[in-house]
Design a protein around this ligand. Structure first.
Ligand code: PMP
Length: 407
């Protein structure tokens, strides 16, 4: 941790060099999308300047180089997540895409019927809610929602009750994007498996902040988006255990996901290509590989300690402001979320922007969670490797000033 050089990290993000509304930018909206370091931008540029070509089946030099680089990126991701094999890494366009893939193919599999249930939690992002609702609408299965306590933690007694009813699948977030709270996914996965359920973990907010070991977690499926982890938009990952990905039917049909096409019937490709119909986001995959290298160079333990200390300081400074309520338990990673009595989150967010502080306001794509707390939204400050104590101070000062102006 002593080697953590936040100034050097900050210097790697060209976008942070600019001023916003005449003030140096304090970017605290990393949970929506992170900024991109030069190492990632360079890989994207290099791809289009030196490698651009469609991958697989190419006989020419560029096609072979691009294919090798794309598959190398897949290997990097497999190593980063400690997947059993690169074949278990499916490139998607993001978290939403990965969840829709699994919910769709589970539906196609014919395994789900009227007597089945799927469990999600009240903390889930709409993208880990609506695909399961749609699957339940199509199959007649029941969607059960794990409630949360006033402090934002899961009601575990209800979880165990739901498990007694043998759900087919549990879909849970690893870190709440609305509150920043970290869920105890390892024991939850273990209990779910004992009840015979599959588990999908939404790692959109976890991959940028925590070291992830899918084998240790024993998740059946783990999904995330590149763009929240220093990579570009339009690239994401679905990790799935080989046995499940092999047993489940294909999803989208098209090029690359086939072995042989015949009007009498098509045979599907092996993993991972079975789930990768069409030309993929090649540059995005390479850039995601570079983003994970960037994270590993910082070191996820050091990064986590740095961000945890910023969040703790921010929580302490903000708590001193009259009428300010923080949401979620103390065990946060990446983000913290709050409201101030009598002040609309949007109004305060707008003032913060005018003071050069970029945060997110609103429901954070978690409307049912907001409804649970009787609010329409919160103000969320979310952190990345380049944020420092100066950013925390600017946030606290801007919230104090903004609240004074709005009262
Ligand atoms: N799940 C969580 C927890 C998220 O934070 C987000 C993005 N806000 C998503 C899913 C959806 O990610 P994407 O829009 O990149 O598919």
């Amino acid at each position: 941790m002593s080697g953590y050089d936040v100034s050097a990290l900050r210097a790697q993000f060209p976008i942070l060099e600019q001023e916003v509304h005449g003030l140096p930018l304090v970017y605290l909206d990393n949970a929506a999308t992170s900024q991109k370091p030069r190492a990632v931008l360079d890989v994207s540029r290099h791809y289009y300047e030196k490698l651009n070509s469609n991958i697989h089946r190419g006989t020419h030099y560029l096609a072979q180089e691009a294919t090798a680089a794309h598959e190398k990126a897949r290997e990097k991701i497999a190593t980063h997540l400690n997947a059993g094999s690169p074949d278990e890494i499916i490139f998607t366009s993001g978290t939403t895409d990965g969840i829709n893939l699994i919910s769709s193919v589970l539906g196609y599999s014919g395994r789900i019927g009227k007597r089945d249930s799927i469990v999600i939690s009240n903390l889930e992002h709409h993208s880990n809610t609506v695909p399961w609702q749609m699957l339940c609408e199509r199959t007649g299965a029941e969607l059960k929602v794990l409630p949360v306590h006033e402090d934002g933690t899961l009601e575990l007694d209800v979880f165990h009750r739901y498990l007694d009813e043998n759900p087919i699948l549990i879909a849970l977030t690893h870190i709440s994007n609305a509150f920043g709270s970290v869920l105890p996914v390892r024991p939850l996965i273990q209990s779910a498996h004992e009840a015979g359920a599959l588990v999908l973990i939404d790692g959109a907010q976890a991959v940028p902040h925590l070291s992830i070991d899918v084998q240790e977690l024993d998740a059946d499926f783990y999904v995330f988006s590149g763009h929240k982890a220093y990579a570009p938009t339009g690239i994401g990952v679905l990790y799935g255990k080989r046995e499940h990905l092999e047993a489940l039917p294909p999803w989208r049909g098209g090029g690359e996901m086939i072995k042989k096409v015949d009007y009498a019937g098509t045979t599907y490709n092996d993993l991972p290509f079975k789930y990768e119909a069409g030309t993929p986001n090649i540059e995005g995959a390479l850039a995601l590989g570079a983003a994970l290298d960037f994270l590993n160079e910082i070191g996820l333990d050091d990064l986590h300690s740095h961000e945890a200390s910023l969040i703790e300081h921010a929580a302490t400074a903000l708590s001193a402001i009259e009428g300010l309520k923080l949401y979620g338990p103390h065990d946060r990673a990446g983000a913290l979320s709050f409201n101030i009595d009598g002040i609309h989150h949007y109004d305060l967010g707008t003032l913060l922007d005018q003071m050069g502080v970029a945060v997110r306001t609103g429901h954070h794509c978690c409307q049912p969670l907001m409804a649970r707390f009787g609010i329409t939204g919160t103000i969320r400050a979310s952190f990345a490797c380049f944020n420092d104590e100066g950013d925390v101070q600017r946030l606290a000062d801007a919230v104090t000033k903004g609240a004074r102006m709005l009262r």
